[in-house]
Design a protein around this ligand. Structure first.
Ligand SMILES: [Zn+2]
Ligand SMILES: [Zn+2]
Length: 142
């Protein structure tokens, strides 16, 4: 999907992404669940993303490898950005006007950190903390 737009709850921040991947990711890690109160559903939006009223965006460095952005007016979570690649991951719910049929839950990250009080029936790939750390280590060594 190309040139997809999304807005925060109050409308102060508008996002235009040149390329979004409707095969979205789910993250069960403790940081995501603390940030949003539940698992994070995010679409990979690459680096070609434009923000309107960027000064309304607050950012928080949630780890040494990523930062999280939110609207300073309404608190809507806007993105999770990887420092190394500059890639943005934008919460699925922000793309409210896209047809539901286009979405597909593709992978669940930190599946071992998923608490026992919820589970999804979707058939997806999963990666554990150990597998994710091994993947990042292999990327770093290149
Ligand atoms: Zn807002
Ligand atoms: Zn996470």
């Amino acid at each position: 999907m190309s040139n997809v737009t999304a807005t925060c709850l109050c409308g102060a921040v508008k996002i235009t992404a040149e390329q979004v991947d409707p095969k979205f990711t789910v993250c069960h890690c403790h940081t995501c669940r603390t940030w949003g109160g539940g698992p994070l559903f995010a679409m990979r939006c690459g680096v070609n993303i434009v923000f309107e009223h960027e000064h309304k965006i607050s950012q928080y460095a949630s780890s040494s490898w990523a930062s999280r952005g939110f609207c300073s007016e309404c608190g809507t979570h806007l993105f999770y950005r990887l420092n190394q690649t500059g890639e943005y991951n934008v919460p699925v719910g922000l793309f409210a006007h896209l047809t539901e049929l286009e979405f597909e839950m593709a992978i669940q990250y930190f599946s071992d950190a998923r608490p026992s009080y919820y589970c999804f029936s979707n058939q997806t790939k999963e990666m554990t903390t150990e597998q994710i750390m091994a993947y990042f280590a292999s990327q770093r060594d290149r």
